[in-house]
Design a protein around this ligand. Structure first.
Ligand code: NAP
Ligand code: F7E
Length: 343
């Protein structure tokens, strides 16, 4: 028997993750409706590889506007809804806490209400985040201090959000659980650690570094090239490739019963280690002569250490990351060098 073609709806269509997810779903013969908010300038550059596909379409909608969310969901009756939209920058959330809450918390409830009232069979994926743990981690008693993996976060680690971004995402995360339990909505959340790619927003630390290296390389490594300004470079993040993560999101939605999973690489690296790897790739072993610390880039509250465990996703979904940290960094540097030369 022919399998039914699935319809997916992606909120946050113009973002990093949405672009990779769209590619994946089109390969799997989905029809996709991407929801983008109205902007005065074109911002669909990440969608170049999918935007002309006959199975991909864009509609306008803003998740802070419940009427548009209701209308779009009730009209399309998607089999799967991926909510990837967010005010996703943690530092910005300290300056715009109310706006961040409107998008990252209330926006999610608008989607859940639309599903409950107009499309109750849709499955919902919510983009939760490792920021929910704040400064919390668990200790593995079977390991010693000398072992780098003694500290970790997983599905059982207690949440303790450290930013307006994380507080809003926690409200959304709990709403997903509540709608699942109270209204029997099929809704799950992926607790995703940091994930990056050449399509990452320019204001995140990884892309800021690789774009800088692109420009520096174009200058012929000019010793007078303006320095790169960074904040807390001791912070540790568990970085993966966005392509690996979107595969995990899709796998979560193929389950019969909704459940939340952690996706990550399993290894934390400091921003300094990211700098080491990225600069070494262009032959520079001492990046400190190009980097200045700018205290204004420090956050009022920092998440110092993130290192996840994806045992549950591996066991129940069969998910594992495929792209290594080194390959991720090299790809980002190479593409940013190419971008400066040819774009
Ligand atoms: P991103 O590149 O910043 O994309 C966010 C998307 O949300 C953009 O398309 C943005 O549109 C859209 N958006 C913002 N406000 C909106 C609104 N009011 N209505 C409709 N759309 C709106 O983020 P990402 O890196 O792909 O991440 C995807 C999701 O995963 C986000 O929810 C993020 O918080 C979460 N997350 C990300 C990571 C990570 O490391 N990347 C880790 C954990 C969780 P514009 O293009 O118009 O701004
Ligand atoms: O910062 C430090 C900064 O902004 C990483 C989002 O996708 O992942 C992301 O949030 C670390 C922090 O990502 C600069 O203080 C130093 O410790 O790249 P980031 P993030 O805050 O971890 C989570 C999982 C999400 O959910 C979010 O949506 O790097 N850092 N110097 C800097 N960070 C930035 N942005 N800029 C600097 O100059």
């Amino acid at each position: 028997m022919m399998e039914k073609i699935k319809n997916a709806m992606i909120f946050g269509a113009t973002g990093q993750d949405s672009s990779y997810l769209s590619e994946l779903l089109l390969e799997k013969d989905y029809k996709i409706v991407g929801v983008k908010r109205r902007t005065s300038t074109n911002n669909t550059w990440r969608l170049d590889s999918v935007i002309h596909n006959e199975n991909f379409s864009l509609v306008e909608g803003d998740i802070v506007d419940p009427s548009s969310v209701n209308q779009i969901i009730s009209e399309h009756q998607p089999d799967e809804i991926y909510n990837l939209s967010a005010q996703s920058h943690v530092h910005t959330s300290f300056n715009q806490p109310l706006y961040t809450f409107q998008v990252n918390a209330l926006g999610v409830i608008h989607i859940l209400e639309a599903v409950r009232n107009y499309s109750p069979t849709s499955k919902v994926y919510q983009a939760s985040t490792s920021e929910l743990w704040g400064s919390n981690y668990d200790i593995d008693p079977s390991l010693t201090d000398a072992n780098d993996h003694i500290r970790y976060q997983d599905e059982n680690t207690r949440f303790s959000p450290n930013s307006p971004y994380a507080v809003a995402k926690l409200a959304a995360h709990e709403s997903i659980r509540l709608y699942r339990e109270a209204y029997d909505i099929w809704a799950c959340a992926g607790l995703l650690m940091n994930h990056e790619s050449p399509r990452r927003g320019e204001e995140f630390v990884t892309r800021k570094i690789t774009q800088y290296i692109g420009r520096l390389s174009y200058s012929g490594f000019d010793p007078n090239f303006p320095h790169l300004k960074l904040g807390n470079i001791d912070a540790v993040r568990d970085w993966s490739h966005a392509q690996d993560m979107v595969r995990g999101m899709w796998m979560m939605l193929q389950q019969d019963k909704p459940k939340d999973y952690v996706l990550c690489s399993g290894t934390g690296y400091s921003v300094k280690q990211f700098l080491d790897t990225a600069f070494k790739h262009v032959g520079i072993h001492d990046w400190s002569r190009y980097v200045d610390i700018d205290p204004s880039l420090y956050r009022p509250c920092e998440v110092e250490f993130l290192q996840g465990r994806y045992n549950l996703a591996k066991k129940e979904l069969g998910w594992e990351p495929e792209i290594s940290f080194d390959d991720l960094v090299r790809e980002m540097v190479d593409i940013d060098i190419y971008n400066v030369k040819y774009n």
